[in-house]
Design a protein around this ligand. Structure first.
Ligand code: ZN
Length: 134
């Protein structure tokens, strides 16, 4: 598998509108607008940072994965996303190596990316996302 770069850092927040002020006005990053991924019960907001991005995640439902994360661990870093050249190939390789996966097949994430999560039990406490996009 070929990892190209850190694509983005996912940060769980209770309110994108509240957090946006810090990233936009405080840190001077460009706010690219929000996108809701209904299937994951999450609204995302992307802020490009050099060759990577910060992704703010706000839950759209009390029982969504991001809401549950905040309940357990509070707001903060939720996942790290590596951009790969070929996500299907990467998942196949990890499976052969016996790495536990949440997604054995890629699904659609924000911005038209193909994404898949590794199981946190296999990643030493850091949720890892693989993503492939053009
Ligand atoms: Zn992400």
């Amino acid at each position: 598998m070929k990892i190209l770069k850190i694509d983005h850092l996912g940060i769980a927040v209770k309110s994108i509108e509240d957090a946006r002020k810090l990233y936009e006005e405080g840190l001077g990053l460009h706010f690219e607008g929000t996108e809701t991924v209904a299937e994951q019960k999450v609204t995302t907001a992307f802020f490009p940072v050099g060759d990577s991005e910060v992704e703010l995640l706000e839950s759209t439902a009390d029982n969504g994965p991001v809401a549950k994360f905040i309940e357990r661990r509070g707001e903060g870093i939720h996942h790290i996303a590596f951009r790969v050249e070929n996500i299907e190939e990467a998942l196949k390789e990890l499976k052969v190596q016996g790495v536990k996966l949440i997604d054995e097949k890629p699904r659609m994430g924000a911005g038209g990316a193909k994404i898949a999560f590794l199981h946190p039990k296999a990643t030493f406490g850091v949720l890892i996302e693989l993503c492939e996009r053009d």
